[in-house]
Design a protein around this ligand. Structure first.
Ligand code: HEC
Length: 165
C-alpha cells in the first residue's frame, strides 16, 4: 500500500463528506488531495445512476463484464480484511452493511455487501472495476493509484466473502 496516498485520502475524506453543501464544495483546493488520488471515470445521473453506471462499465469491459474474478487465498482474505478495515469501513461499515460512520451524509447509502441481492447488482468484475476507478459523482473513490493490484484483488475478495448465501 502506498500509505502517503491513503493518509491523504483519509485525511481529506471529511472534506468530501462535508462537500455536499454547496458552499463547502467551493473549497476545491482542499479537495485537491482527493482529486489527485481518485480517478473516478463512471459518470452518474441521479436516481438511475446504478443502472447507468452498470451500462458504462459494461461498455468499458465488453465481454469481460461477466468474467469471474479469481478466488483468493486465505492469506489474501486476511490482507483484504485489514485493508477493508483501514480504508473502506468508514463508509461501508465495519461489517460491510453500508452503514459506516460517514454514510449518513451520503445521498445514497453504499450497497450492503452482506445482502446477496444488493451486492449482486454488479458483476464481480464490475465491482472490482468500481474499486479501481470509483464512481464519479458519488463518494466512492478509485483506489488503483493508492493500492497495488494485489491489494485491490485482496480487498475485493474480502468484500465478496461478506456475502451471505
Ligand atoms: C468515502 C466513502 C467511501 C470509501 C472510503 C469507500 N467507498 Fe466504496 N462506495 C461508497 C459509496 C457511497 C458507494 C455507492 C455509490 C453509489 O452507487 O451511489 C460505494 C460503492 C462501492 C462498491 C459498489 C457497491 C455495489 O453497489 O455493488 C464497491 C464494490 C465498493 N464501494 C468497494 C469499496 C472498497 C473495497 C473500498 C475500500 C478500498 C471502498 N469502497 C471505500 C463510498 C466509499
Amino acid at each position: 500500500m502506498k500509505n502517503t496516498y491513503l493518509a491523504l485520502l483519509l485525511a481529506a475524506t471529511p472534506l468530501v463528506l462535508s462537500g455536499y453543501s454547496v458552499s463547502s464544495m467551493a473549497h476545491s483546493e482542499e479537495q485537491c488531495g482527493v482529486e489527485l488520488v481518485t480517478e473516478n471515470i463512471y459518470k452518474i445521473s441521479q436516481v438511475e445512476h446504478k443502472s447507468d453506471t452498470k451500462a458504462l462499465i459494461k461498455a468499458a469491459l465488453g465481454s469481460q463484464y461477466d468474467a469471474p474474478v479469481a478466488k483468493v487465498s486465505e492469506s489474501q482474505l486476511n490482507a483484504g480484511s485489514s485493508i477493508y478495515t483501514q480504508t473502506c469501513a468508514v463508509c461501508h461499515g465495519a461489517t460491510g452493511q453500508g452503514d459506516g460512520a460517514s454514510s449518513k451524509f451520503f445521498p445514497i447509502r453504499p450497497a450492503d455487501f452482506t445482502n446477496v441481492k444488493e451486492s449482486g447488482f454488479y458483476s464481480e468484475r464490475a465491482q472490482l472495476e468500481i474499486i479501481k476507478k470509483g464512481i464519479l459523482g458519488t463518494q466512492m473513490p478509485g483506489w488503483e493509484t493508492a493500492l497495488s493490484e494485489e491489494d485491490l484483488l485482496a480487498v475485493y475478495g474480502y468484500v465478496r466473502s461478506l456475502r451471505q448465501k
